[in-house]
Write a protein that binds this ligand. Structure first.
Ligand SMILES: Nc1ncnc2c1ncn2[C@@H]1O[C@H](COP(=O)(O)OP(=O)(O)OP(=O)(O)O)[C@@H](O)[C@H]1O
Ligand SMILES: [Mg+2]
Length: 323
């Protein structure tokens, strides 16, 4: 399976026509979360313990994890369906409400013995004071969808994204990858964990620095990194490995060698969700048939824009293309 390569002559400053993005259909499969923010004022220290008291004035819920990838895709005008598991609880209902509001096709399922993953941030005076995670026991779901449903769903999309946060919510990645490849759909994987062999056969994996280090060990030079990254890529029969390197941008390892994409200098406010924004833009552009090099450059730019915003953020069409 080949990555689409239709417009290599296109320059990063040339906007992709909206109509092209609107026709593209991406299926996101993965660990769905709810990002909850409590904003308040801090006036005094608690008499019970040396901690600040936050007077909560406002609460905000945002789609997180795989749902944040989906939200970033529709924010740029693309079509997106989300397949994932939720708990049969209030946060689960809240996620489904937000999916409907955002115009994301909701293929999530609420399960009675599952707890929806919630990441609650408490902010006072524009500053994060505490994060509280409701993760529940991460039960590995044996199956995210039946074979026929999965096949049918993949058939009406151009590209599949696996957004793995190791919460056990995407079933066996191998099943999704096999089904997508059977239908000649590219599969992009945002990986997690100690065993990447479950992603074998994917089109592209996009680990960050710590995720890759866990698999290939530390490296002392760029040459050593390239040797190890290429060995991993070949062992897993993956076309491309895109390493996201925080403030250093991204590096692509593929059959042609390595290419670096420096990050655009930004004022960094909040890096959470930058990886999701990068994956969303990359997936949407590749689904549209944009050349991989241009798609990565724009994903890099979009992620750089997202880190200048509070919390899990999206980047709009005007922002990305009209500077
Ligand atoms: N400090 C920064 N300055 C500029 N760009 C950044 C910065 N941090 C992240 N980015 C952009 O975001 C991309 C993804 O960031 P990173 O490698 O940290 O992914 P991640 O750890 O998966 O993120 P996430 O917090 O969403 O999981 C980078 O490749 C880069 O384009
Ligand atoms: Mg990430």
């Amino acid at each position: 399976m080949e990555l689409p390569d239709l417009s290599s002559a296109c320059l990063i400053s040339t906007p992709i026509p909206r109509s092209l993005l609107e026709r593209s259909r991406v299926l996101v499969v993965g660990d769905v979360m709810l990002d909850r923010y409590w904003f308040g004022e801090v006036g005094r220290i608690s008499p019970e313990a040396p901690v600040p008291i936050v007077q909560v004035a406002r609460s905000e819920d945002r789609l997180g994890g795989a749902a944040n990838v989906a939200r970033n895709i529709v924010a740029l005008g693309g079509q997106c369906s989300l397949l994932g598991l939720l708990g049969d609880d209030d946060p689960g209902r809240c996620v489904q409400q937000q999916l409907a509001q955002a115009g994301i096709r909701d293929c999530t399922r609420r399960e009675a013995d599952r707890q929806t993953v919630v990441k609650l941030r408490v902010l006072g005076r524009q500053q994060q004071l505490l994060r509280i995670d409701f993760d529940g026991p991460s039960r590995q779901s044996p199956s995210i969808a039946g074979d026929d449903d999965l096949r049918q769903l993949i058939s009406v999309h151009d590209l599949v994204v696996l957004s793995d946060y190791a919460k056990g919510g995407l079933g066996d990645p191998r099943r999704v990858i096999a089904a997508a490849r059977q239908q000649h759909r590219p599969v992009l994987v945002d990986p997690k964990g100690e065993d990447f062999s479950v992603y074998a056969g994917a089109t592209m994996i996009t680990p960050n620095l710590s995720e890759l280090r866990l698999i290939i060990g530390a490296w002392r030079s760029e040459e050593e990194l390239e040797t190890k990254a290429q060995a991993l890529r070949q062992a897993l029969h993956i076309e491309a490995l895109l390493l996201t390197r925080s403030a250093q941008g991204m590096s692509l390892f593929d059959a042609g060698g390595v290419r670096h994409y420096p990050a655009e200098a930004r004022e960094v406010f909040d890096v959470s969700g930058a990886g999701d924004t990068a994956m969303a833009v990359l997936a949407l552009l590749l689904a549209t048939g944009i050349h991989v090099d241009l798609s990565i450059s724009l994903a890099n730019r979009a992620a750089g824009l997202a880190v200048a915003k509070l919390g899990t953020a999206t980047v709009g069409y005007e922002e990305l293309f009209v500077q």
